[in-house]
Design a protein around this ligand. Structure first.
Ligand SMILES: C[S@@+](CC[C@H](N)C(=O)[O-])C[C@H]1O[C@@H](n2cnc3c(N)ncnc32)[C@H](O)[C@@H]1O
Length: 212
């Protein structure tokens, strides 16, 4: 997917008090950085940040970290945060592939929200639910593994369900149309999700876990 490029995005991002510029320094000490022992949830590919910001505002007893590769996308999140004071939110501008350099076993939940589906077979290893990523997540989950995934892409969803179940995850909740599900699954929308909701596209959702 192509995104608009914002001039000086890197400088804007690096100056934000929410952005942790040297995340490797905090490996195994994120709880100290947050100043509490509350669970830590990580969103991979947070884009413009609506989801993680609203989650942090809604759940003050959970610490949230949003990770995003594209600094132009992150600028939007940084701008939204300029007038907010959220002690339970940090952002990292980096590649998800490097998360084991930033975290020890300290993450409670990973959110995969509208991740790039990488539909071509040759790109399978880039999918955030490929076995190589599931192995990477093992290195940072505190004890139990817990992944919440939302997508509009049926093929990526089917792939993810299969990959997760082959990796011994079990499903607490699966929905093929999150916004019209009778169970009224608690949900905060991401930026992409808002667009797809307006277009009346079904959103696929899975809450998967592995109790260690
Ligand atoms: C389709 S967008 C979804 C953004 C947001 N989660 C949402 O739902 O609005 C996917 C995002 O993942 C980011 N991304 C893709 N590959 C990444 C990687 N390897 N590490 C970190 N972010 C990545 C992209 O830059 C993009 O912002």
């Amino acid at each position: 997917m192509r995104y608009n490029v914002i001039k000086n995005a890197n400088n804007i991002v690096n100056r934000s008090p929410y952005v942790v510029n040297t995340p490797t320094d905090y490996k195994n000490s994120w709880h100290q950085l947050f100043g509490n022992d509350n669970p830590i949830a990580l969103e991979l590919g947070m884009g413009r940040g609506d989801f993680i910001i609203n989650m942090a505002m809604t759940y003050p007893d959970i610490n949230f970290i949003g990770l995003e590769l594209n600094d132009s996308q992150m600028v939007m999140a940084v701008n939204k945060l300029a007038k907010l004071e959220l002690a339970n939110l940090k952002l990292i501008n980096a590649d998800a592939h490097d998360i084991d350099k930033f975290f020890g076993k300290e993450i409670a939940t990973i959110y995969l929200t509208f991740s790039e589906p990488w539909p071509k077979k040759q790109d399978e290893r880039r999918r955030f639910t490929h076995e190589s990523y599931l192995r990477l997540y093992d290195k940072i989950f505190k004890r139990d593994k817990h992944i919440i995934l939302k997508t509009d892409n049926k093929g990526f969803f089917a792939y993810s369900l299969e990959s997760l179940s082959q990796y011994w995850y079990t499903f607490e909740c699966v929905s093929f149309d999150l916004h019209h599900d009778e169970r009224r699954i608690p949900n905060i929308m991401t930026d992409f999700e808002k667009k797809y909701y307006e277009e009346k596209r079904p959103i696929y959702y899975v809450d998967a876990s592995f109790k260690g």
